[in-house]
Design a protein around this ligand. Structure first.
Ligand SMILES: C[S@@+](CC[C@H](N)C(=O)[O-])C[C@H]1O[C@@H](n2cnc3c(N)ncnc32)[C@H](O)[C@@H]1O
Length: 246
């Protein structure tokens, strides 16, 4: 699947209003990220959050760590408004996380449910390594190839999710892996349209179905019901916390 930041931006912009009510799994990963981060360190000078969205992770994080300066990034300018309701003081950096420049090096870079949107994690790792202080922490959650396996089987559409082993290999070039976790979370819906709406409201429009005309939607709903009569959708999150060593 092609990953186009302009399309991602549009999808997320549209989903923001309903995102928090639908982001059940993203809420769990935000909590897990913070719970496990604070076992490692609770005090940071410069913090950078990538893909902050509506601030699910931001809220959890700023309540649980001590920091001097908080930088928040997202492709979507409107994120700034959401964050200003959560945090009294922060610097918003709008744009592609893979290219952002910071005036200082960071002590913590953190991101929830966003790394799956990058076509090259190697490039992202290189960029983040450059803006992180030595011994700085990188903490993120993403998803493994089992994520939305039902959609992939039915529509053949999927992001190029990495396995935990692949992620460890990518990041171990510059980082010592301190903590990893992977788990499954199954959501159940009362009908396939509800499931499509759930995906759309978490910003995953383009994965739902190729053509969004009435006939294609009906076909999708019928085949989903027959392949997955329980109307379940699988999430498979991964959490990684690592320390810059080189
Ligand atoms: C699933 S949402 C997660 C939002 C938030 N981190 C949370 O905990 O709920 C993914 C967010 O990443 C942002 N995003 C995706 N690709 C990005 C990129 N290349 N650079 C910056 N932000 C990006 C989207 O705009 C969206 O707000």
């Amino acid at each position: 699947m092609q990953i186009n930041p302009k399309i991602i931006k549009k999808q997320f912009e549209k989903s923001m209003e309903k995102y928090n009510d639908n982001a059940v799994v993203q809420n769990i990963t935000a909590q897990k990220l913070v719970q496990n981060l604070i076992k490692i360190n609770q005090n940071f000078e410069n913090v950078l959050e990538l893909g902050c969205g509506t601030g699910l992770l931001t809220k959890e994080l700023i309540e649980n760590i001590n920091y001097k300066k908080y930088y928040a990034n997202d492709l979507v300018e409107k994120s700034k408004q959401y964050l200003s309701e959560i945090s009294p003081e922060f610097t918003f950096i709008c744009g592609n996380a893979q290219k952002i420049k910071t005036s200082q090096k960071m002590d913590l870079i953190i991101s929830n449910a966003m790394f799956q949107w990058f076509s090259s994690l190697d490039k992202l790792r290189e960029h983040l390594t450059n803006i992180l202080n030595k011994d700085g922490i990188l903490a993120f959650s993403t998803f493994s190839p089992e994520n939305y396996k039902e959609i992939r089987k039915l529509c053949g559409l999927s992001l190029e999710y990495k396995t935990l082993d692949e992620l460890k290999e990518i990041f171990s070039d510059n980082f010592e892996i301190l903590y990893t976790e992977e788990f499954k979370y199954t959501m159940q819906f009362s009908n396939p349209l509800e499931l499509l709406a759930h995906m759309k409201n978490t910003g995953v429009n383009s994965l739902s179905i190729k053509h969004r005309n009435f006939k294609a939607i009906k076909e999708f709903c019928d085949s989903y019901k027959s392949a997955y009569p329980d109307l379940t959708l699988t999430y498979s999150p991964i959490i990684v916390i690592c320390k810059k060593i080189a």
